[in-house]
Design a protein. Structure first.
Length: 320
């Protein structure tokens, strides 16, 4: 199944452009939902599958499986994912949010922000998006934005994450950690820090990895969110970096300007205004296409498109 796609509008000179029928998932798309956003999708069988963050009307945060033929119209299960024990006994999970999904070797791995005495990184896997297994948490609390690389690097699983606090975290840099077995994580290294305000203010408060990185000829293309503190609170935008293929703690390039920032009404208004938060992408290297999925205003889900080669050139030419 081809990935979702829409050509760049004639009057647009940006490297990312929005789908003209955004948002693709409405806040009330399942009977219990208050909002559906910050969600993850992957190619699956003849179409696509995903793990969706649906907050219910008690504003309890949980993740739900969903399926789509075209990557745009989604059928999301009405019941949350019911995990069984994976590589450890069942561990506490007070809430689950902001999932990422990637296929490695023989199964689909899911990471999310897991409520275990505060936020930390939960890990699970599935073969079929029907039965799900929950594994050991990757880290001690507090941590968010755990994002796996889609293949082992130097023989080990690799994960980006963002150590945080148990509140809304007015700081935060991106780290990388490695694991031989998806259970024990170590070799923690700093990858990227926030920028000085005067240099690139949109990413000066905190940053966090977005979708699973994409391997290009220049290295790993990583989309991330960057946050500025304003007098009205946080504003979340999207940037990109290119990490070294074999030593991904080395940042080769990183955008000084953002690639996409809240500007459309569904990004500017909602439960948390001025937030765009990418958690997944679909891509085709052969066709030079990218479809980027992002939560908008912590309420709905949007889609943006880009040409991978154009994005890589832009990141290289507009690097910090
Ligand atoms: C972060 C997370 C995200 C959310 C963002 C903006 O801390 O909670 O889920 O989209 O804040 O509210």
């Amino acid at each position: 199944m081809p990935i979702p796609w829409q050509e760049k509008p004639k009057n647009c000179d940006e490297v990312l452009w929005r789908y003209n029928k955004n948002p693709i998932i409405d806040r009330y798309a399942i009977p219990t939902s208050n909002s559906i956003f910050n969600s993850a999708v992957v190619p699956f069988e003849e179409g696509f599958a995903g793990v969706f963050r649906c907050d219910n009307k008690a504003v309890q945060m949980n993740i739900f499986a969903g399926f789509s033929k075209n990557g745009i119209d989604w059928d999301i299960d009405h019941e949350p994912i019911d995990f069984v024990a994976g590589n450890t006994q069942m561990i506490e999970s007070d809430y689950k949010y902001d999932p990422r999904v990637t296929f490695i070797e023989d199964r689909y791995w899911i990471t999310w922000c897991n409520g275990y005495h505060g936020p930390t990184i939960g890990i699970g896997y599935t073969f079929d998006f029907k039965k799900f297994y929950q594994c050991e948490n990757a880290f001690l609390p507090f941590n968010r934005n755990g994002v796996l690389f889609p293949q082992k690097i130097n023989g080990k699983y690799a994960m980006l994450s963002r150590p945080s606090d148990n509140g809304h975290t007015p700081f935060g840099d991106i780290y990388i950690s490695f694991s031989p077995d998806m259970k024990y994580w170590g070799e923690h290294r700093c990858v990227m820090k926030v920028t000085p305000f005067e240099n690139s203010a949109w990413q000066s408060t905190k940053i966090g990895a977005g979708p699973v990185p994409i391997l290009t000829n220049d290295g790993w293309l990583l989309f991330y969110h960057g946050v500025i503190s304003t007098c009205n609170g946080f504003r979340y935008s999207i940037g990109a970096a290119i990490l070294d293929e074999n030593n991904p703690e080395i940042v080769k390039f990183r955008t000084q300007p953002y690639l996409l920032a809240p500007a459309e009404l569904y990004e500017l208004t909602g439960d948390v205004p001025n937030v765009i938060f990418p958690c997944a992408s679909l891509h085709s290297l052969e066709e030079d296409k990218l479809a980027l999925y992002y939560g908008a205003a912590d309420t709905v889900t949007g889609l943006a498109f880009g040409r991978l080669s154009e994005i890589v050139e832009y990141v290289k030419n507009n690097s910090l």
